[in-house]
Design a protein around this ligand. Structure first.
Ligand SMILES: Cc1cc2nc3c(=O)[nH]c(=O)nc-3n(C[C@H](O)[C@H](O)[C@H](O)COP(=O)(O)OP(=O)(O)OC[C@H]3O[C@@H](n4cnc5c(N)ncnc54)[C@H](O)[C@@H]3O)c2cc1C
Ligand code: FES
Length: 257
């Protein structure tokens, strides 16, 4: 797929909670087809403090309106500057980047597990999987009520469950403590995940043990986003691979976890 660099116009910037916000951007040209797990690399405007572009997964696409949306967690300087961006400002995006998740088969029952900012590709996957709602379970994990990302529309695309470490929303504990994962994992044909590495490693360990198909989307530190700088390398069975071009989505069996 050909990569483009375009100036997108910000049409919405909405706080989802204290630390996450949703940015909707309009492309100046027709959008190329984008699949869940793919990402964009954004230049942070008006600053000499954030030199490199920052990668973000695609959350939603509307081809007719030429818009795409991202869910961004405020972490450091770049995301903080982005959180203050206003409608009609523009952002330079390099896209589409990376390889996405394997599309589920028509009769699959899938479990999508998102932690922190890893929620975005999980919801995009649920919405575009083509499966009936009954066959999609989504577990979203957060530390507490203040971090929960609850976008109600997604109840239309799957059965959404929450876990929080302090029990303030949903089941108390981590995503891996949720009974759907802890006790019913083998009832799913495919498990998909994106979030903090320790969370994905815990998911991978159990999925391997139970021999359940599992793909994870890695969030290694990146710079160029298209295979030139080699700063995003991940050791795999096929050698050291660039997460930005060979991933970010990997089958757990190919990772040296
Ligand atoms: C393929 C991909 C998709 C991503 N999708 C999303 C998304 O949808 N939403 C979202 O909020 N974030 C996403 N991220 C993470 C996002 O890119 C970083 O949070 C962002 O670059 C941080 O920039 P910053 O300038 O705010 O923080 P910085 O000042 O760059 O970093 C602040 C701190 O966070 C650490 N950090 C930075 N990036 C990462 C990372 N990738 N993993 C772990 N620690 C990191 C730094 O080491 C530093 O300690 C994604 C990352 C990748 C590689
Ligand atoms: S980010 Fe440059 S090679 Fe992956």
């Amino acid at each position: 797929m050909k990569k483009a660099v375009d100036n997108f116009t910000v049409i919405e910037n909405t706080a989802l909670n204290a630390s996450n916000f949703l940015i909707r951007l309009k492309s100046p040209v027709s959008l190329q087809e984008l699949v869940p797990g793919q990402f964009v690399n954004i230049e942070i405007n008006n600053t000499d403090q954030v030199f490199l572009r920052r990668p973000f997964s695609i959350f939603e696409i509307n081809y007719e309106e030429q818009t795409l949306s991202l869910i961004v967690k405020i972490l450091g300087k770049g995301s903080k500057i982005l959180s203050k961006i206003k409608p009609l400002e523009t952002l330079s995006l390099v896209y589409p980047l990376g390889k996405g998740f394997t599309k589920p088969n028509i009769n699959d029952k899938i479990l999508c597990i998102g932690g922190g900012s890893g929620v975005a590709p999980m919801l995009f996957l649920a919405k575009t999987s083509g499966l009936p709602k009954e066959n999609i379970h989504i577990i979203l994990g957060a530390r507490s009520k203040e971090d929960v990302i609850n976008i109600e529309e997604y109840n239309n695309f799957g059965q959404v469950h929450f876990t929080t470490e302090d029990g303030s929303v949903g089941k108390k504990g981590r995503v891996t403590d949720h009974p759907l994962f802890a006790e019913e994992l083998i009832s799913f044909n495919k498990v998909y995940s994106c979030g903090p590495e320790p969370m994905m490693k815990a998911i991978a360990t159990k999925a391997k043990e139970k021999k359940v198909f599992c793909e994870v989307s890695l969030e290694n530190l990146m710079a160029c986003g298209f295979g030139v700088c080699l700063c995003c390398i991940e050791p795999t069975d096929e050698g050291n691979l660039c997460v930005c071009t060979e991933g970010p989505v990997f089958n757990i069996n190919s990772l040296k976890w």
